[in-house]
Each structure stands twice: as C-alpha cells, then as structure tokens.
Design a protein around this ligand. Structure first.
Ligand SMILES: Nc1nc2c(ncn2[C@@H]2O[C@H](COP(=O)(O)OP(=O)(O)OP(=O)(O)O)[C@@H](O)[C@H]2O)c(=O)[nH]1
Ligand SMILES: [Mg+2]
Length: 219
C-alpha cells in the first residue's frame, strides 16, 4: 500500500531551538532538500515544513518541523511556537561553548511554553565537522542530559544526545528518524495517560473547527 492510500497519519510537532547560528536552519534544509550553504541568513520568527515519514516499526507519520529564530531579540516570538510541541530538538554548536552553556535556558523556556504537552527532548551538538575548533566534548553533553533524564524529558541518552554536521545528509536523516521514533513512542504514552484537567490551558482557547488534526495542541 502506498503512503497516499493510507489513512491520514498523525502529526508530530518537532521544534528546533537553540542559540543563533548553531545550525538549526541548516539541519532542516539538509534533511528536506539535501541542501547546505555556508552563508548565514538569520531566521526571523519561525515557520514549519512537513515531511511524511515511516518509522522502523512501519508507522507512517507527518513530522511538522518548526525552525525558530535563535537571536535573542526574537526569543519572545520563538516561545509562542513551542505550544503543543511533541519534541524539542535543542541545538548547540560544539565549537561555541556559550551556545552549550545556554542549553539550560532553552530547556526551561521550552518546557514552560509547551503548555503541558509533556514534550520529549533531543540535545544536538552540531558542526562536528569542525573538530579542530571543538570546545565542548560529548561527555559534557551527556552530563547535561543526565539532569533531563531525571526530569523525564530524555528517555535514552545514547540515542537522544547526538552530534551532527548539517553538511552530511546521513547525520540529519538519523536525527529526524529518531524524532519520528520518539513521536511514535509519545503517541502511545499519551494514549495510555490522557491529559488531566490540570494540563488543559484554556487561557488561549481557540475554535479548532477546520484546523488540521493535531493531538493535544493548537497548531
Ligand atoms: N561547518 C559547519 N557549518 C555549519 C553547520 N551547520 C550550519 N553551519 C553554518 O553556520 C551558520 C549558521 O547556520 P544556520 O543554520 O543559519 O543557523 P541557525 O541556528 O538557523 O541560526 P538562527 O536562524 O540565527 O537562529 C551558517 O553559516 C551555516 O553554513 C555545520 O554542521 N558545520
Ligand atoms: Mg535559522
């Protein structure tokens, strides 16, 4: 059966976030278009692109991949797009220690603004092709992630704390395949533990009639 013959798949909202210039846009472009440019064009605001994928256990799903702006002046705008996220892909640059030290702030912001959707996290050290100027080791990333495991945000450090280069297609395929796998896991877990009334944020209620099908979020 072809993908198009099947019932409408579930949508998994994946949000890329992290400091400016760490490579969020480049990771998504490499995944979707096999395109990498060494020119830097700052993202302003946020947007999403969709990709239909098949998980290793043969489940079809639509990844809704949001790219957000890392520049500080856009932080308030970016936060608005975390709502209803299933997976946060928090990116730092292994050659820029500051982008790593800011991870706590990104995690806190993301969790606080995802509006009770109980998202999963991936921690991604990008630009691993620049080994000679590395400032952050993989071990440091694992140490950081241990706290997120305790908080239930990361399930499997080996799979969810990764290093990539946006120059290499296979790296980004592996990254987003893991997102799909996590999306499938999250759907199962959400189905087993439906939202409690405490999870529902009615302050920004919208009429969802006519909006595309999406579990537990507004967009
Ligand atoms: N060497 C190397 N350069 C990269 C890599 N990923 C991105 N870059 C470069 O880093 C710069 C910033 O990349 P972007 O993808 O625009 O960064 P961003 O995180 O989207 O930045 P904002 O939109 O400002 O938040 C660009 O010049 C890219 O070419 C990588 O894996 N390796
Ligand atoms: Mg960008």
């Amino acid at each position: 059966m072809s993908v198009s013959d099947e019932a409408q798949p579930e949508t998994v909202k994946v949000v890329l976030l992290g400091d400016q210039s760490v490579g969020k846009t480049s990771l998504r472009s490499q995944y979707l278009y096999r395109y990498f440019s060494s020119m830097y064009k700052a993202t302003i605001g946020a947007d999403f692109l969709m990709k239909r994928v098949r998980t290793p256990d043969d489940q079809i799903m639509d990844l809704q991949i949001w790219d957000t702006a890392g520049q500080e002046r856009f932080n308030a705008v970016s936060r608005a797009f975390y709502r209803g996220a299933d997976i946060g892909v928090i990116v730092y640059d292994i050659t820029n220690a500051e982008s790593f030290y800011h991870l706590t702030k990104w995690v806190d912001d993301f969790v606080a603004n995802s509006s009770g959707s109980r998202p999963y996290l991936m921690i991604v050290g990008n630009k691993r092709d620049n080994e000679s100027t590395r400032q952050i080791s993989y071990r440091q990333a694992v140490e950081f992630a241990t706290k997120q495991v305790e908080d239930g945000l990361i399930g499997d450090i080996d799979k969810d704390v990764v290093e990539t280069t946006a120059k290499r297609h296979q790296d980004v395929v592996d990254l987003f395949s893991r997102c799909a796998e996590l999306g499938a896991q999250k759907m199962k877990n959400d189905a087993l533990s439906p939202m409690s009334f405490d999870d529902i944020d009615a302050s920004n209620a919208v009429d969802i009639a006519g909006l595309p099908r999406k579990r537990g979020g507004c967009c």
